[in-house]
Structure formats: structure tokens, C-alpha cells
Design a protein around this ligand. Sequence first.
Ligand code: CLF
Ligand code: SF4
Length: 493
Amino acid sequence: MSLPTISLESLVSTKSFDQLLATAKSAGCASSSCGSSAKPDEMDSAVWEKIKDHPCYSEEAHHYFARMHVAVAPACNIQCNYCNRKYDCANESRPGVVSEKLTPDQARRKVIAVANEVPQFSVLGIAGPGDACYDWKKTKATFERVATEISDIKLCISTNGLALPDRVAELADMNVDHVTITINMVDPEIGAKIYPWIFYNHRRHTGIDAARILHERQMLGLEMLTARGILTKINSVMIPGVNGEHLIEVNKWVKERGAFLHNVMPLISDPAHGTHFGLTGQRGPTALELKTLQDRLEGGVKLMRHCRQCRADAVGLLGEDRGQEFTIDQISDDITYDASKRNAYREVVARERGDHVAAKSQAVETVKATGSGKSLHIAVATKGGGRINEHFGHSKEFQVYEVSHRGISFIGHRKVEQYCLGGRGADATLEGVIAALKGIDIVLCAKIGDCPKDQLAEAGIRAMDVYGYDYIETAISALYAAEFGSEPLAATA
Ligand code: CLF
Ligand code: SF4
């Protein structure tokens, strides 16, 4: 029986959520359990339960689910050379960004406000500024307050690891299933170039001594988390000439100790941020250097390639930030939780997601069947849901896929300035967008005008909107088969 298609577009529209729910049920999906069809065959069911709604731990989930961060724990026990304390914790966030700091009670109100309005919301993270395990009382108070009211929210923290071993038992007691440790080195001599000091056992340590203690605490914390079944993601900041090559060693160490994911992020270094690295001219990696390292790490701990280095008060799908809609001054003191939007969304997504996985699997079979040794890099304009559903001129980022006979892989994203504002495109902005798309063969979007399409073509990039609202992988496989297989190109624009 052919079931009606439920578009993710509708999920964030003003349409009544009762209507959405009714649609989902008429499509044969009255239970969120049918989302289990999205589980990869090789994955343990218990692990899948933990990651299936977590946008950072599952690349597939990041098309559907959103996180929010609350900046409640500003004290920190180490100094990183890429951090300026005026700003957020650069271990998880973009440096140079200042987030709204909250008390645990304010955080509770803000989380409820987001849960009432953002149906995709699934994960509450504490990701700086400061260290969540060191500024522990505020972290714990926040999680306890939120978990009491919204029992299905996943709790997630990011830490430098120094105080982590002291907190693992309580994290397990609070059902925190996701912990990120920033690990930039396993060799204290390299660590001394990244961390000028740490504060541990009531005193300050410097140099190699400091880095050795930090390293030992990080490894101990990771082992303790693994022993309790808590999924641990490792964030590493790639600093060329300092730890670039060394991160291969880091990947081996954390794999041996049970890390679940490894997220290698580029150092963002700017003198204006006032960090040691910024002021001393330490550069970050180029996009190619980062990708080359990530490719070399394949085969080790599974890599995360969809990180957006979010703000410490970010709200929304990865890559979008709705934080300004939920500043604390806009939220009532006596707000109460209303689960209706989140519940309705989950009903609809469960069905859509199963369809997406089936479409993806079919798409991979199609590209493999071509037997071609060629590859293409394809940039996609999307608002989520795994579909090509954003106009070229409205995009603030493009998701980048690599397709070859080996399959279709998400390999990163390119941030751009929005080209079209108020119905008009600015030439200077378009030049920047085209520069950001260097190395891309094809752009897929829901709509594009002739002018930007022609200018992209002059830069050697084909842009098309004939696959608008299709699943991303379905469109990519059709294109690939048309280019390198035996099937004729059905439609191009
Ligand atoms: Fe936040 Fe981090 Fe949890 Fe995600 S972010 S605490 S694991 S809920 Fe995600 Fe943002 Fe990258 Fe962090 S995209 S910066 S990895
Ligand atoms: Fe800054 Fe975070 Fe490092 Fe602390 S752990 S110094 S807040 S980057």
C-alpha cells in the first residue's frame, strides 16, 4: 500500500499539531517505535536507543533533532592557549562568542520555553563557558531541575576532563548518557604547548607536569565512563605544527579506551579574540588539511564530521541558532511544560525517518552499481529532514557530500553569508558564496535563479533545483548514475 508522504516542511509550519498527528496516524504510524527501522543493522539496540535522537552522536539524527545549550557553569580549572576567558569555552564552541550566562533556575525556564516551541528539541547540553565538571553544583542543579519536568530529554556535557573522574558516578546516577572530553594530546610535551597551567588539588601546576596530570585524568575519566556504558565523544582541536600529526596517536589511545566518536575540529585563531594562539600568530588548519587528517583517521574511532562548533547558548538544529528567540528576558517566571509539539513531531518523524533510511540504502546500491572509479563533491541546501528543501539564496550553509562507487558520505559543511535578502541578491555576497564552494562540482537546492546559476557555472559549479524536496541521497545517486552509469540523465537544470 502506498502511504502518504509527510513532508518535514510541514513539521515546522504553523499547521496545527493535532492535524499533524492525525496525518501521521493515517499514514500508519501511531507509535514512535516505528522509528527503529532507521537503526543500522550492525548497531547494538541499546546504543541506538541512546543516539537515535542525538544530533551530535548520530549524523543521521542531526537532520531531525535539535540541541540547546545553557551556559550555567562558567568557572574553569585549566587554561587552553586557544581560549580567552571573556568568551565561551573554545573546546566546544566557536571562540570569540559570548553566551548568555544563566542560573540553574533561569536555565530550567529557558529549557521549558524551548521544549514548548521547538519540536525537534531532544538534547540539553552544557558546553561552556567554563567546565561543567569543575563548576559541578550548577551543572548538577540544572540537570536535576530539567530532568524532573521533562523526563525524556537527553542530558549531555562537555568537559576538559580534569575533574571528570570525580563526577562519573553522579553522571551515571543522573542518567547522563553522553559526555564529551576534549583531548588534544596524549604526550605531555605536546600538551605543554597547548596548556600553560591547570588548577588541581588546590594548587596551580604548569608545563609538562600540568599536561601530564591532565592527560592522566582524561584517560582515567574515559575509562570510567566506558566501564559504565556512558557514550563518550572526544573533541580534539587540530593545531597545525603542534598536534596535527599527533591526533592520529590520540585516536588510537581513545579507541583502546572505548571512545564512541572522535570529532576533530579546526583551531579558529584570530588576534581579535585575544587568545595566546591568536596573538602569537598560530594558524588554524585549512579545510583540506582538516579533511586529509580526518581521512587518515578513518578506521579508528568513528569520526564525527558534522560538528558546527556551536555557541554555548545555541538553540536549534545543528547549523541554525535560534537562541535570540529565547533570551531569558522573554520568558515568563511561571512557564510550564507542554509536551504536545514535541510528541506530535516525534510521531511524524518516526515514519519519515524510516522512509529516509530505505531511500538512502537504495541510493547507495545505485551508486555502487555504476562501478565507476570517479567521485563528485555535491553541496546541498537543506533546512533538515534529509531533504533538499532550502533555496540557494536563503542558505547560510551547505552540507557537503562525497559520492563515489564506494557510497555517499557526508563530509562536512560550508558556511556562507545569506545571498538573497528581501528578495534581492547582492553580487558581492554571491562572490563570497562562490568562493566558499570552491572544489564543489554540483550544488543542489530547492530553488535558484538564472543569475546565480550562471555565475556558478562560470566558476565551474553546476547548480540545479530539479531535485527540490527529494531526499538528498536519492538525488545524488540519480545524478551520479547519470554522469557515470548507464542510466540517462533524467533531468538537469
Ligand atoms: Fe552540545 Fe556537544 Fe552535547 Fe552536542 S554540541 S554538548 S555533544 S549537545 Fe555537537 Fe555543537 Fe559540535 Fe558540540 S555540533 S559543538 S559536537
Ligand atoms: Fe577555556 Fe574551555 Fe579551555 Fe577552560 S576548558 S580554558 S573555558 S577552552
